[in-house]
Design a protein around this ligand. Structure first.
Ligand code: 5MY
Ligand code: ADP
Length: 300
């Protein structure tokens, strides 16, 4: 039985009879092939990427595994439609915090229609896409105090300026309630989620390393998904607590183009900018902790 994904944070959502992705109980994510050839284009990308021997193995883990396409009952009640069948990248988590960040300082690309260009550039200017080289598209956080999920409102997220994006990235790794806009995010999970040898920053740097030389694809309008389970971090002192499992995944390949031997400077630039934001948060928390320790040592 297919159902609407509980942890989807952006994109087309299968609610109120609209067309959107579905998931099964075996860890598969079914994304309907979008009209106007975008869906076919995304399927073609997955076919190409999956069989491309030039893609290093250590990079493949950042992409959902592709299982071809399948006709399934669409979420909008329009009958059977072809869907991409992908690994559901949040399946292994019980209470995942998830953020979708669209990378690049532009979401349009050469040869798109005037109408599509205008739509994209308008959104790129209204959001932090142009100014920062990325925009937060949506996120949800598991709130420990409330023992429930807190979901950022789409309208607010798309209205973030640089400070708003920074605050969202701090809130994402905090244990105090994001619902309380007066409290400063404590960044309690920053070292486990963003930092460390397997954390988000390390994964982003590995991706950056590849993007510095890969000329196979241009990842227009793609998103980085950041996923982690903050419960497992709080439980880590316990006997059989799972690891934090912070993960980076790339999604949305409806606008990928051939790289034609040219570096994807749009994605690479945005990725570098995003990395700087994450690094700054890690460093600011390290500095805060050092100050706190030295105050304690000096008897304050
Ligand atoms: O429909 P909209 O206006 O919400 O735009 C979608 C975007 O939502 P946004 O409002 O920017 O968060 C949406 O962005 P996210 O996936 O939410 O980051 C996509 O860009 C989507 O286009 P496509 O599926 O990649 O071709 C966009 O869909 P299209 O309008 O291009 O069909
Ligand atoms: N393979 C996947 N597994 C789990 N969730 C996914 C997967 N792919 C996408 N998602 C979720 O769906 C959202 C939208 O995906 P995306 O491919 O960008 O769709 P759209 O083309 O509608 O924008 C993402 O922000 C994420 O929350």
């Amino acid at each position: 039985m297919l159902k609407v994904p509980e942890h989807q944070v952006a994109g087309h959502i299968a609610s109120d009879g609209k067309l959107g992705p579905l998931v099964d109980d075996q860890g598969r994510f079914f994304k309907p092939l979008q009209g106007d050839s975008r869906g076919q284009h995304e399927a073609k990308f997955y076919e190409s990427f999956t069989s491309n021997k030039k893609v290093p193995d250590h990079i493949r883990r950042y992409f959902p595994v592709y299982h071809g396409t399948q006709l399934v009952e669409a979420s909008d009640g329009s009958g059977k439609l072809p869907h991409l069948v992908l690994d559901d990248v949040v399946f292994v988590y019980s209470n995942p915090s998830v953020m979708d960040v669209k990378i690049g300082s532009r979401t349009w690309y050469p040869d798109v229609s005037e109408e599509y260009f205008k739509k994209c550039i308008k959104k790129d200017r209204q959001t932090t896409t142009v100014s920062l080289g990325f925009r937060v598209s949506g996120f949800k956080i598991f709130d420990h105090q409330e023992s429930s999920f807190w979901r950022a409102e789409k309208k607010l997220v798309l209205g973030y300026n640089a400070n708003g994006a920074r605050l969202a990235l701090r809130n994402f790794v905090s244990s105090n309630s994001p619902a309380d806009s007066n409290s400063t995010p404590n960044c309690a999970f920053v070292s486990e989620v963003y930092g460390g040898s397997n954390g988000i920053l390390a994964q982003l740097l590995e991706l950056k390393d590849w993007f510095e030389s890969q000329t196979l694809y241009h990842f227009n309008s793609c998103s980085i998904l950041m996923i982690f389970e903050n419960e497992s971090i709080l439980m880590k002192e316990g006997d059989d607590a799972p690891a934090a499992r912070a993960q980076v995944k790339l999604v949305d390949f409806a606008h990928v183009l051939d790289g034609n031997g040219v570096i994807d400077h749009n994605f690479l630039g945005g990725l570098c900018s995003f990395i700087k934001f994450i690094k700054d948060i890690i460093q600011s928390v390290d500095k805060r902790d050092e100050t706190d320790t030295s105050l304690l040592e000096n008897g304050h």
